[in-house]
Structure formats: C-alpha cells, structure tokens
Design a protein around this ligand. Structure first.
Ligand code: BG6
Length: 494
C-alpha cells in the first residue's frame, strides 16, 4: 500500500451546512486535530447554498462540535483549527460560480501551503454528484500540476444498477478509480474492522467457520429513530437502498469472505467482492418467499407515542416506501452452501442495535444433546451501541443437580471507562487523507450488490404491499418472524 507521508491538502465539502457535516464531518475533523493527526498544512473549505460569512459558519460549527464530538470542546484545540475553516456560498450546479471557486481554492492553497492537493467531499443529495464532478473537471482540476485530487462520495451510489453504472462512469472519467472514495461509514466502525481480526487471527474460530459447523447467520441492524427531517430523501430510497444495498451487504461480505492472501487493499477487496458475486440471485417470482418488507404505523416507543411513517413530514400519506426489510440470502460457494444468512434492518424498532449472530449446529441425540434443553453454541459480534463479542456455550449449573445451562463469555470493548472508540468518520477521513482506500467500496463491490438488489426491487414492482404492517416500537412485521419460523428458526433479539 502506497500511503502519502505528506498529508498537506484542503478538504472541500459540498453540502457543508447539512446535517452530515454538522453531526459527523466537522466533529470528526476536530477530533483528528485533537489527536494531532491533521497535517500542519490543512484547510477546510465548506460550501453551502446559504448566505453566511466564515465567522457565522465557524460559530455554528463550534456549537455542533461541542454537541457531537466524542471529546467535547477544548478551546485550545479549537483555536488551532478554527482559522483554517472557510465558508463559501454557491449554487452547486451554477457553472459560472466554479471559476470563482477555483480562484478561491488556489488562494487557500497558497495561504495554507496545501500544495494544490484536494479532497472533494460530496455531502449533498445524489442528484448533484454528476453536475459537481463535471464542473470540478472543467474549472478546478489542474491536470498539469503535481498535486492530487480525490473525491469522497456519500451513499446512495445510484438508485439501481443502471443509474449506478452511469454515475460511476461520470466520476471515474474525472477522478479515476484509485481517487474515488465511495464511503460506507459502517466500514469505519471499530467492530467491522475487528471482524477480520476475530476471524483470521484466532485458530479457534476459522476452522469452524463453514457449513459443516454453522447452522445459520443473522445480521441485524435495528434503529429506534424515525425520519427526523429525512422524509424527502427516504421516500426515494427506502430501507433496501438506504441500508441493505450498502451497510448490510458489507457486513455480510466481511463475515463470509475467504481469508485474503495478505492484508493489502486489493486482496481484501477481491475476497469481499467474490462473496457478493456468489450471492444466489433472488428471482422476482421468489421475492415474496424470501424477502419481507414493512412500514411502521403509529406506536409506542420508550413510553412515548410516535407517528407512523405516512404521517411524518415530507412523506406521502399513501407512501409504499419500506422502512423495514428482512431477507434470506444464500451464498453459493463451497464454504457456505446450505447456510442461510438472514438479514434484517428497520426504523422505529424496539431497540437500537447492530449485531451479527453466528449460530452453530447442534449434535442430534448424542450425549447431552439428547436433552432438548441444551442450546447450540452461539457467537455474537456486537457492532453497536455495545461493541464486543460474546460466545455462548453450555456448562453444568453449579450445585448438586445435573442441569446444563448456557453461559456466556462476554468481551465488551467499550464498557470500560475511558475506552471511547473512534467515530467511523474520523477513521475514514483520516484514511482519505493518507490515500488508503481499504475501507472504501470499490466499484465492483457496488456493482455486484446492485445486481443482487435490482432483482428484488423488480419483484417488488410486481405487487403492492399492504402498509403499514408493523407498529412503531416493535420488532417488525409478523411475516419477518415467519420467514425464519418456516425454517424452524427464530430471530434472536438479545
Ligand atoms: C445511514 C442511513 O447510512 O446509516 C441512515 O442513511 C441510518 O438511514 C444510518 O440511520 C445508520 O447509521 P448508524 O451508524 O447509526 O447505524
């Protein structure tokens, strides 16, 4: 891996007045400063459509950092970064504004000695990606200079396979694949990076990681939040595009991949993409049997009544957008043939949690297994909010009886005081600065996951759902339970 040793650059954020910039990006930049990971020669150019001065922007950002940084606000750290944050108002698609932007960025380059190196961060709605990239190409990228230009693209990367291909062609034409950082913030989460270590640095697990010993795997990410102010975006996206196409399939590929030849970016991505390519296609006619979609109606969450999806702002009262998906996935390769992967994600569910449960097989009718009470072993990788791993196995209940009880070995990574895992965006922004693409998705990963999802979306087009079909604050529609019950299994809600 050829990483930059000189990190000098400016980060140009399109959409800098939005939620993502306030809650994640600027707090992450501040945290990197606080850990002294930012280069000396560094500047942030925040671009938004609203009229404000750089002083106004700095003040707003100060408040956001105070609220969202995991370190809180330390004025000494703030003083070291604040004068390197600029604000520029412009309309993202106004071609005439880009000449001025280029001059402005050149001045910042000179002032902060950032050597013309730039990271363009697209924290905007997807419909702006193409136009911004085209204008940057025409006005802001100097191909003769010895500087580098990278682009960071937020999801959703397209809305189906064909739009993703179209968008990708537009982007790589300008930036090339090696400078295109497709961000999936799940890959920056501490425990996702830990999955490979758990699997490949322990002799204990890897020999059992296959269809001989594993009965099935559950990958579940539930959220309690509703739409907040994202109804408009979500109406066009839904849970399948918003969560499954990206985050959930990334989790699946890390859990199911073969060991890479080495730890180089290419080797890891090659193995992940093989998993996505081996997903058994769910043909439109098989969709209703293997995929459940849901939408929440009104309900109770933490003793509060909350609105149903159709009552949220910027959502159509007749919306058929799914806020929940559960699906059964099969991977057609030697390791996983016959092992179902059940994936589930939804909004307004009972609990916020992301977990991967590896359920081992039990032995039929042998020794203690003759007693039906003996539970099979289970390994749980907890991604959030608790980060850790637990292993459930059977032991004798202490005392004078012969009872066998399940016991757990529980490793909690963020339970000890003082262990505060870096936020995903911190890790990913730092990697973009260093030029490390390992935790970003390569085009063929995006392409393969769209191929898989497209079939399901087509199947959905053929029939209308009956929504709403689950109550806010529940574990989703009853059909989701039935999906597993048909296979004599149940969701494990820890
Ligand atoms: C985002 C989705 O990518 O991930 C959101 O667009 C979702 O809808 C969020 O809420 C979940 O992220 P996390 O880190 O809270 O699990």
């Amino acid at each position: 891996m050829n990483l930059n040793s000189d990190l000098s650059c400016s980060m140009v954020i399109f959409g800098a007045t939005g939620d993502l910039a306030h809650r994640k990006l600027l707090p992450a930049i501040y945290n990197l400063q606080s850990e002294e990971l930012l280069p000396e020669n560094f500047a942030v150019v925040a671009i938004g459509r609203r009229d404000k001065t750089k002083e106004d922007y700095r003040k707003e950002i100060y408040d956001s950092i105070k609220q969202f940084s995991r370190f809180g606000m330390d004025n000494e750290v703030w003083n070291r970064i604040k004068n390197r944050i600029y604000y520029r108002r412009m309309d993202f698609l106004q071609t005439e504004d880009y000449q001025g932007l280029n001059e402005y960025l050149n001045e910042i380059d000179k002032k902060h000695k950032t050597k013309g190196n730039r990271i363009y961060y697209m924290a905007v709605a997807p419909e702006y990606f193409e136009g911004i990239v085209e204008n940057l190409n025409n006005f802001c990228i100097d191909r003769k200079a010895h500087s580098w230009n990278r682009v960071v693209i937020e999801k959703p990367f397209g809305k189906n396979l064909s739009s993703a291909i179209y968008l990708n062609n537009k982007i790589v034409e300008v930036f090339k694949e090696e400078n295109t950082y497709r961000i999936d913030h799940y890959l920056g989460k501490e425990m996702l990076q830990n999955i490979m270590v758990i699997r490949f640095a322990n002799m204990l697990f890897e020999p059992l990681w296959n269809n001989k010993y594993i009965d099935h795997i559950q990958i579940s990410s539930s959220e309690t939040v509703g739409m907040k102010n994202r109804g408009g975006y979500y109406e066009r996206s839904g849970a399948m595009r918003d969560m499954v196409q990206s985050h959930m399939l990334q989790l699946l590929s890390l859990i199911a991949m073969e060991p890479p030849n080495d730890l180089e970016t290419k080797s890891i991505r090659d193995e992940k993409v093989k998993v996505l390519k081996a997903l058994k296609e769910i043909k439109p006619e098989a969709v209703s049997e293997n995929v459940v979609r849901g939408q929440y109606g009104p309900g109770g969450l933490a003793d509060k009544r909350v609105l149903g999806y159709r009552e949220e702002s910027n959502v159509s009262p007749h919306s058929n957008t799914e806020t929940f998906v559960a699906l059964k996935v099969n991977i057609e390769n030697l390791r996983w043939s016959g092992v179902p992967f059940y994936i589930r994600t939804g909004k307004r569910m009972e609990k916020k949690s992301t977990e991967i449960i590896i359920q081992f097989k039990s032995m039929e009718n042998i020794l203690y297994f003759k007693e039906k009470k003996v539970l099979p072993n289970m390994l749980v990788i907890r991604i959030q909010p608790t980060e850790g791993v637990f292993l459930q196995f059977n032991a004798k209940e202490p005392g004078n009886h012969k009872n066998i009880i399940p016991v757990q070995m529980d490793f909690c990574q963020n339970c000890e005081v003082g262990i505060d895992s870096p936020e995903a965006y911190e890790k990913l922004l730092f990697d973009a600065l260093r030029g490390d693409t390992t935790l970003f998705t390569r085009w063929d990963e995006v392409e393969s996951s769209w191929k898989f999802i497209d079939h399901i979306l087509r199947g959905w087009n053929d029939n209308k759902p009956v929504f709403p079909n689950y109550e806010a604050g529940s574990w989703g529609p009853k059909e989701s339970d039935m999906l597993l019950q048909r296979d004599n299994r149940n969701w494990i809600n820890l």
